[in-house]
Ligand binder design. Structure first.
Ligand code: COA
Length: 376
């Protein structure tokens, strides 16, 4: 908790973890910055002692100028910026931005990949800071504050400080049912830098691999269909699937559609055998996947979209790199309604434990992976 943090890089301001001696300064800043919804002395004391909270303070020659309060909920990949405030004399000098950066770094260090916050809809300075720092508005909560003011809920995906450009090129899916083909395109392009990528190639792969039906809309792609498409393009593909059997059947109500969905997948399995696609009933856990990926493989992995973007749809992502604590993935889905850019969805570092939680789908906890290599 009291670990020293790097200097903020704003002149002689230093950012460090708060200690109990900072309590009076924290209360002074709180009273200076807010006229309602203030954090009490007792609450500050509790936060200072709580393993699920981090308070960072920005200090200079004249003492403590501001603080950021971060809450880390156990078992989730989310961190919440509960409060950020400076005393009046130190605003507009980059200290708020530096504290925000330090809070993001502390959340990332604690294996959180999303930082969320609420801000008064009429707080121009704070909104300016969050927008300039890459936060997107998720929604509006009416009557959130004591005086009836609405809050805007915002979030940002956290990227590590030293992520490179990524081993695989990023490609964003152009329809809501082509996450699998978009991942396959990125992998093919990684192994063959001349392979063309675009909506036509994406739809061609989809036509080769689709389960035809899924929930209410178009079918997505299954693991054998995708592996076959990759094998046909000269790559070595291995499907790891558990439990064994056709996927997504529970998502389709109509029995006729179910029959089609099962039949198509049986066809892909038979074809996989002819194409020499390897198969295993044992999906790899995150550290084992990291080892494979570090050894030169790519992996297309089925995840539940729930932990990533709050929807329980099945979703394919590409794991293309790893470090000793994270798998690094490209999520082909850009939340266009949230104005995401590839910077939000490419090179996402996901902590091992979090990845193992998100990489299962549906009531049966299906785990599906396609490991891809290019044989010399
Ligand atoms: C909100 C607050 C933390 C911002 O900190 P700050 O140190 O003043 O902000 P910075 O100097 O780091 O500014 C960073 C960016 O924020 C934006 N910003 C800051 N003040 C702004 C203002 N008054 N109007 C519009 N945008 C503003 C700008 O984009 C700025 O970047 P720029 O200087 O390159 O233009 C600070 O003003 C504060 O403590 N306010 C009172 C408490 C509060 O409202 N907390 C937020 C609770 S959610």
């Amino acid at each position: 908790m009291n670990k020293a943090l790097p200097r903020a890089g704003t002149g002689d301001i230093q950012i460090r973890a708060a200690v109990s001696d900072d309590l009076a300064a924290l209360l002074h800043i709180e009273n200076d910055a807010f006229s309602s919804d203030r954090i009490s002395r007792r609450s500050f004391r509790r936060f200072l002692d709580s393993p699920g909270a981090r308070i960072l303070v920005a200090c200079g020659d004249a003492g403590v100028y501001g603080y950021a309060l971060l809450l880390l909920r156990c078992g989730t990949a989310l961190a919440r910026l509960y409060s950020l405030a400076l005393d009046t004399g130190h605003r507009g000098q980059g200290v708020g931005a530096a504290l925000l950066k330090a809070a993001e770094a502390a959340a990332f260090e604690a294996d959180r990949i999303v930082l969320r916050l609420e801000v008064r809809a009429d707080n121009r300075a704070a909104l300016g800071l969050y927008e300039a720092s890459g936060y997107r508005v998720l929604g509006r909560v009416a009557n959130y504050y004591e005086d009836g003011c609405a809050a805007l809920r915002m979030e940002r995906l956290l990227h590590g400080p030293d992520l490179g450009s990524g081993r695989a090129p990023y490609y964003s899916q152009t329809t809501d049912f082509t996450c699998g083909p978009a991942c396959a395109l990125m992998a093919i392009r990684h192994f063959d830098g001349t392979f063309p990528t675009g909506p036509l190639q994406e739809l061609t792969l989809w036509r080769e691999a689709t389960t035809i039906y899924l929930a209410a809309g178009h079918g997505g792609c299954g693991p054998f269909g995708l592996a076959n498409a990759l094998a046909r393009r000269g790559l070595s593909a291995e499907v790891r699937l558990s439990p064994d059997g056709p996927l997504f059947v529970s998502s389709v109500r109509d029995p006729e559609k179910r029959k089609v969905l099962i039949l198509v997948q049986e066809g892909y399995r038979a074809e996989a055998q002819m194409l020499g696609v390897a198969r295993s009933g044992h999906p790899l856990d995150a550290p084992a996947l990291a080892e494979r990926v570090s050894g030169g493989a790519m992996a297309i992995v089925l995840i539940s979209g729930y932990r990533m973007f709050g929807e329980k749809t099945p979703h394919w992502v590409l794991v293309h790199d790893a470090d000793d604590r994270h798998l690094i993935l490209h999520d082909p889905w850009l939340g266009h309604e949230r104005h995401e850019s590839p910077a939000d969805a490419a090179n996402l570092p996901v902590p091992f434990a979090e990845f193992d939680r998100m990489a299962r789908w549906g009531r049966d906890g299906v785990r599906a992976q396609i490991l891809i290599r290019k044989e010399p």
